[in-house]
Design a protein around this ligand. Structure first.
Ligand SMILES: Cc1cc2nc3c(=O)[nH]c(=O)nc-3n(C[C@H](O)[C@H](O)[C@H](O)COP(=O)(O)O)c2cc1C
Length: 211
């Protein structure tokens, strides 16, 4: 009887964890890693991945380096943004679901459960790699700005490029592989990710362990 109760308890805990609407990420590592000069020298694109998940700690570190808050007093990030306005968001596709990264609370909000990695691109490797990060620019945050729309849209690419290079350097530092992609079905993905017309996917970054 005791064994049955313990098994039931484990099942309940597991179910509630895997269905969690919000995942608080562990505190990221903020020091260490490969020296910057070595990481830059090692950065490259590769389309070969092991079919291996990464740990929550590794995901936490990846998201912190890519787009985390490195100055809590201002909420500013590891990459620069025009006028300090955080208009670019990271969505994580892994084997469990699609999540939106909240840098301020360093947590993940569940957008869609289940493995949707294969919907991020046509190449086989996208569903093998541990994660695909989608960089999403939200124009609505600039609705009161007098800056021309084209200029604001170009800032979205600038922000994505800066964050994306952070992710590449993290992958290089870990000895992982990564490739950023501009080719994906934006319409289908936007529906899945519940994006509105102001929110545009700029690039998708496939990242994971080497085979
Ligand atoms: C904006 C942008 C879009 C890209 N789109 C794709 C893509 O759709 N598919 C792909 O396999 N690689 C894509 N890449 C990766 C490039 O092919 C790769 O960066 C280039 O070959 C240079 O190699 P390196 O990153 O190793 O320097 C893209 C890179 C950038 C910067």
């Amino acid at each position: 009887m005791r064994k049955v109760l313990i098994s039931a308890l484990i099942l309940v805990i597991f179910a509630s964890c895997s269905l969690a609407e919000t995942i608080k990420l562990p505190e990221p590592n903020k020091t260490g890693g490969m020296p910057l000069y070595d990481a830059v020298t090692n950065r490259h694109s590769s389309r070969e991945f092991a079919d291996t998940a990464i740990t929550l700690q590794e995901l936490s570190d990846l998201l912190y380096i890519t787009a985390g808050v490195n100055r809590p007093e201002s909420g500013l990030r590891t990459y620069p943004v025009a006028m300090g306005l955080q208009d670019t968001f990271i969505y994580v596709f892994n084997y469990e679901g699609v999540y939106k990264y909240d840098a301020l609370t360093h947590s993940l909000e569940l957008i869609a459960s289940g493995d949707h990695r294969n919907e991020t691109g046509k190449q086989d490797f996208v569903s093998k790699a541990a994660v695909n990060l989608a960089y999403v620019h939200d124009m609505s945050l600039w609705k009161d700005s007098k800056a021309p729309k084209e200029l604001i849209a170009s800032w979205g690419f600038a922000h994505t490029g800066a964050a994306m290079q952070n992710a590449y350097l993290f992958a290089a530092s870990k000895g992982w592989n990564a490739v950023v992609r501009g080719s994906f079905d934006s319409e289908k993905l936007s529906q899945l990710m519940k994006l509105n017309e102001d929110q545009q996917i700029k690039l998708i970054h496939t990242i994971g362990l080497r085979p």
